[in-house]
Design a protein. Structure first.
Length: 320
């Protein structure tokens, strides 16, 4: 059957229309794919990279602050650094919350984020305990220094009273044992103060224990000498009561429940605990850094795949 010119025109127009509809549908499909990949870049890739980088940066900052605090020599400095740590921790928490929402539908990224969170949840209480122990150690140091000052004052007063006792009329004849004890007492007192000063300066546990035992022995010797003076001259020389009062005060400053020796033992323990906590925090930081590096790598890889898909869709759309 022969086609008329009109039929040919209408037939050609129909074919062209079908081709245009096909091309339009294909173009729409490609544009839709481009839109989806662009959305993925904006909602997953870029936020994942940005927040992962923020987490890594904040973790490093918190670790550095902890290290600074460990070497600080004032309680107020540690407190200031603790506040700085809290600021970085809040920044970390905000970025972590954002990242968690971003990777929720990305199983591989979500698994890596979980590793980071597990380490972080161990790191924060470790760091909090570190700051507590550092402040405790420095507070104890300051209390020891204050009591040492009181001890030195009482020792000076005792030395003056011992000298006055030695100048008592006919002391060697009237109180021979007391005179001998007073002479030894003065030397023992000087040695005691010197040893306590050494104790206050050391941070070594073994040295501290050795010095503490030496101080206890010297204090026991001083107390025994004071007892000799009390028994022989206590009722005859009024200043003996004053001297005895000073010796009792010195013993309390050293061996009392809040004395230098127990305070020093507490400080040695607090310092050791702080060193252990710092080492633990540094290990946790290393683990977190590795997990964050892995997370960043996978986020970059995911972003690369999405960008590649987007580029392919654009090229395909242009060819059509």
């Amino acid at each position: 059957m022969k086609l008329t010119v009109a039929n040919r025109i209408f037939g050609g127009f129909g074919v062209i229309s079908l081709l245009l509809i096909f091309i339009a549908s294909l173009s729409f499909s490609k544009l839709q794919s481009i839109s989806e990949t662009t959305s993925a870049v904006n909602t997953v890739s870029i936020p994942a990279l940005e927040n992962s980088a923020t987490l890594q940066s904040e973790f490093v900052k918190m670790s550095k602050i902890s290290l600074q605090a460990f070497y600080a020599d004032e309680v107020k400095t540690v407190a200031s650094l603790e506040n700085a740590f809290a600021i970085e921790r809040d920044a970390y928490d905000a970025a972590a919350k954002n990242l968690q929402a971003v990777v929720a539908k990305e199983p591989e990224l979500a698994a890596n984020f979980k590793k980071v969170e597990n380490t972080y949840n161990e790191f924060t209480p470790t760091s909090n305990n570190l700051f507590t122990k550092l402040k405790e150690s420095l507070t104890l140091r300051d209390k020891i220094a204050s009591k040492l000052s009181d001890l030195e004052g009482n020792a000076d007063d005792s030395a003056s009273l011992i000298l006055d006792f030695s100048d008592t009329r006919d002391v060697s004849r009237r109180f021979p044992k007391s005179a001998e004890a007073a002479a030894v007492l003065e030397t023992s007192m000087n040695s005691l103060v010197s040893t306590v000063v050494d104790l206050s300066r050391t941070n070594a546990a073994n040295t501290s224990e050795t010095l503490s035992n030496e101080i206890k022995n010297r204090m026991a010797d001083i107390s025994s000498k004071m007892e000799v003076i009390n028994q022989e001259a206590g009722e005859s020389v009024s200043m003996v009561a004053d001297l005895n009062e000073k010796i009792v005060a010195i013993n309390d400053l050293l061996n009392g429940s809040d004395g230098i020796l127990p305070l020093k033992a507490q400080r040695i323990t607090a310092s050791a605990d702080a060193a252990t906590l710092l080492a633990t925090a540094e290990t946790q930081t290393t683990e977190a850094s590795a997990a964050l590096t892995e997370l960043l790598t996978k986020a970059r890889t995911a972003a690369g795949h999405i960008q590649t898909e987007s580029a392919e869709d654009v090229s395909s759309a242009i060819m059509w």
